[in-house]
Design a binder for this molecule. Structure first.
Ligand code: ACM
Length: 548
């Protein structure tokens, strides 16, 4: 079935971008509609059956398509911070998908047809900080939000609804379609995170940037980096240099280790910020501290001489929680890391401190909370911190103990939902999985998606800050292995954290997930091709796409 798209050419349109909201679609005002330049027969497109993940709140389809082609331009609000950057980002991504060079905020050219406007607007529909609307007609695309973050999220949606292939038979040049209609969208949870363990195995800045690229496409807004553990210390601390000289030299399995200089870390923070993703740094303590204690044995509290460790056991290390030097050390570490972490949170770990006496553990968490607060951040810790007498501004990450999570809720704390049985991406898919563990569960792609974080284990919705999918790295050391465990499950967690439960269903999700294959292939993602999904095979392999 085909239908005709009519296009009007806008000549010398001198409307300021700020005024465009509301009038952008009225081609009679300030524009001189010319007789349609061309009528194109497009295959039928339907916005409501597009394969968007996470699924938007509301999609209203109309009959028609916007032609994305060599005449398309992007125009953005120029006085509002961040909107131009969203336009440039979108143009780069359109270029990667289509090869088109879409100009951003260039002077109006006589050839210009079909504008993508990215504008700031206040409206009830856009009440939440990351909410946006997309209004697509045959003549224009209008992406509106009252924040650059919202516009950025909307830009991801737009990327997802540009046709995978161009239709070369319609015109003398290539034309991609965007189905017309309206999308009104915003997130269910404000915190939508992934965690990467760079301590058990180190991952390079380039690897982490690629992970950020992928997470951003699915509207994640947090990347939590697990920067220290028994097997390695991964961030330069200038006042305690042996942490990386000694503690950064090892990783699981005897490989070479590694660490981020503070400049590397700043580079990651900046890169993440460009993708409207906040980095949450974690220094795990008082347990999981062997690498720190080998570097500075004065920190050690387990009564043994610490040695570099490349195994995978947990729970044998602890700081000496009754020593002033330990808190002076932590003050320096938190000060140096928070100085280069613009986000609101500092994660203190706090899990599996099996050789720390309970009273010492509680004393430690309470003291460290004050240090984190002194440096202007809110504390996050794994659910064990619920045992301590801490502030309602601190957040517990529910991974294992409902009892501790409940205690955190009673204190008025917020909870990040990361139950190991559901969200741990290092759990194997099934018994045949190449990488991963299964101490919590096997987590096939459907199990990862078909559960309700809003109602999980009776944690009240009002206390749930959001969802985070951790990826521990005992069994993985390369980006390909990372991708095998994270994808496709990370895609499902993005929908669990963005889309309300009323809008989620496995059967619909399965189809939309199958259609992520061309994007994943284009990005050279070595995802696990779960047999539960009828993957839409790409026409080309990544190598062929690159050659093209
Ligand atoms: C954890 O998995 N030890 C938080």
């Amino acid at each position: 079935m085909h239908f005709t798209i009519k296009r009007l050419k806008m000549i010398n349109s001198r409307i300021s971008v700020g005024l465009l909201l509301g009038i952008a679609l009225l081609t009679t005002i300030s524009c001189q509609p010319e007789k349609k330049k061309r009528s194109l027969n497009f295959p039928k497109t339907d916005l409501s059956s597009e394969n968007m993940i996470p699924k938007p709140l509301k999609v209203i389809a109309t009959e028609g398509g916007f032609a994305l082609d060599r005449y398309t331009a992007i125009r953005t609000a120029t006085t509002e911070t961040g909107f131009v950057d969203v336009g440039i980002f979108l143009a780069e991504k359109i270029n990667l998908k289509t090869g088109l060079d879409v100009p951003v905020n260039k002077g109006v050219s006589a050839d210009e047809e079909g504008v993508i406007y990215i504008d700031r607007a206040d409206s009830l529909e856009l009440n939440a900080p990351e909410a946006y609307t997309l209004t697509i007609t045959a003549d224009s695309v209008l992406l509106s939000s009252n924040t650059a973050a919202g516009a950025f999220r909307g830009a991801q949606t737009l990327r997802q609804i540009i046709s995978e292939t161009s239709n070369d038979t319609l015109a003398a040049y290539k034309v991609w379609t965007i189905p017309t209609g309206k999308i009104i969208d915003g997130p269910n949870f404000e915190y939508r995170g992934a965690m990467l363990d760079v301590a058990r195995h180190f991952f390079s800045v380039a690897d982490v940037k690629k992970y950020i690229d992928l997470l951003a496409y699915y509207k994640y807004n947090v990347l939590h980096l697990h920067l220290s553990d028994d097997q390695g210390w991964r961030i330069e601390i200038k006042s305690w240099p042996k942490l990386t000289e000694i503690g950064g030299s090892t990783e699981v399995g005897g490989e070479a280790g590694g660490f981020y200089t503070q400049n590397d870390f700043k580079d990651l923070v900046t890169y993440a910020a460009k993708h409207h993703i906040t980095i949450v740094p974690e220094i795990d303590m008082p347990g999981h501290t062997n690498a720190a204690s080998v570097s500075y044995p004065i920190l050690n509290g387990n009564g043994k001489t610490p040695q570099l460790y490349e195994g995978t056991h947990v729970g044998f290390s602890t700081f000496d929680t009754r020593k002033d030097t330990v808190y002076a050390f932590i003050d320096d570490v938190v000060r140096e890391i928070t100085a280069i972490s613009p986000g609101p949170y500092f994660h203190i770990g706090g899990d599996e401190s099996h050789v720390t006496k309970k009273n010492d553990y509680i004393y430690f968490v309470e003291k460290v909370e004050k240090i984190v607060q002194k440096h202007g951040k809110k504390m996050i810790g794994w659910d064990e911190i619920g045992q301590a007498d801490i502030d309602s501004t601190s957040t517990a990450q529910f991974w294992n103990s409902k009892e501790y999570a409940d205690r955190a809720v009673k204190k008025g704390m917020k909870i990040i939902m990361s139950p190991a049985k559901k969200t741990y991406m290092d759990m194997q898919y099934d018994t045949l999985s190449k990488y991963g563990l299964h101490w919590a569960a096997y987590i096939p792609v459907d199990t990862a998606y078909v559960w309700t974080p809003e109602e999980y284990e009776g944690i009240p919705m009002a206390n749930i800050l959001g969802i985070e999918a951790p990826l521990w790295s005992e069994t993985i050391s390369t980006i390909d292995e990372l991708e095998y465990l994270a994808f496709p499950r990370a895609i499902g967690y993005s929908e669990l954290s963005w889309t309300p439960k009323e809008n989620r269903d496995w059967e619909g999700y399965k189809v939309r997930l199958a259609n992520q294959a061309p994007f994943l292939d284009r990005m050279d993602v070595k995802y696990y091709p779960s047999p539960l999904i009828d993957w839409k095979k790409s026409k080309y392999s990544y190598e062929e796409i690159k050659k093209d």
